[in-house]
Structure formats: structure tokens, C-alpha cells
Design a protein around this ligand. Structure first.
Ligand code: ZN
Length: 114
């Protein structure tokens, strides 16, 4: 299961940071490209399961899906590519160059500072 492996990797990274900060993480923000086959619900579920009985238990996972930048080959307009509406917003063209999908990133961790 794709999400379980991601959750385990995330957990290791967060645990290492929590040890450094000597604090309990309360929320974790990650981001990934819209094409990354990450299911928010599954990832949350997998993370919750992986975090059980660790310092990360109960930490909220916030997943942000980053748009992909597209550039129209016809009118050169740059736009955020929408997978549900793959057209140039300016000329409605269907020929464009896409930047690569942003990878899954651990953006920030919020710790319980009490
Ligand atoms: Zn265009």
C-alpha cells in the first residue's frame, strides 16, 4: 500500500524532528503535486495507525495539493494546470508544456510548546 509507506517515512522524519525539539508534534503540514497518487483519507488513516503509541500520536496531518504550472504552446500564457479542466484559460488551447509534479514534501511541523 502506497500510503502506508509514505506514512511510515513521514513518521520517521517527524519523530527525528520531535526528538531534536524535545516536544510533541501537534500538527504536520505536507504538500505534494496533484498528480501524486496520494489519497488524503488513506494517508491520514495510515499515518494515524503508524503514529499510534509514538510521540506523534494524535498529530493532525494537513495535506496540501500543489498545482502544476503549465505554459500554453499557442499563446504562451502561464497558468496553474487543472486536471479537471485541461485547457489554456486564455485561448482554450490544449497544447501546453507542464512543469514536473512537485514531490511530496514535509513543509512544517507545529509542536506543543507547553
Ligand atoms: Zn493559450
Amino acid at each position: 500500500m502506497h500510503e502506508a509507506a509514505i506514512a511510515q517515512n513521514l513518521l520517521e522524519a517527524i519523530k527525528a524532528e520531535a526528538q531534536k525539539q524535545n516536544a510533541k508534534p501537534v500538527s504536520v503540514k505536507i504538500s505534494c503535486g496533484v498528480f501524486s497518487a496520494v489519497n488524503d483519507e488513506l494517508l491520514n488513516f495510515a499515518f494515524e495507525a503508524a503514529a499510534k503509541d509514538t510521540i506523534c500520536q494524535g498529530a493532525a496531518l494537513l495535506i496540501e495539493h500543489k498545482p502544476i504550472a503549465g505554459r500554453c504552446r499557442n499563446c504562451k500564457t502561464k497558468f496553474d494546470f487543472d486536471i479537471y479542466n485541461p485547457h489554456c484559460p486564455s485561448c482554450n488551447g490544449e497544447e501546453f508544456a507542464l512543469s514536473s509534479d512537485p514531490p511530496l514534501l514535509l513543509e512544517s511541523i507545529e509542536f506543543d510548546t507547553e
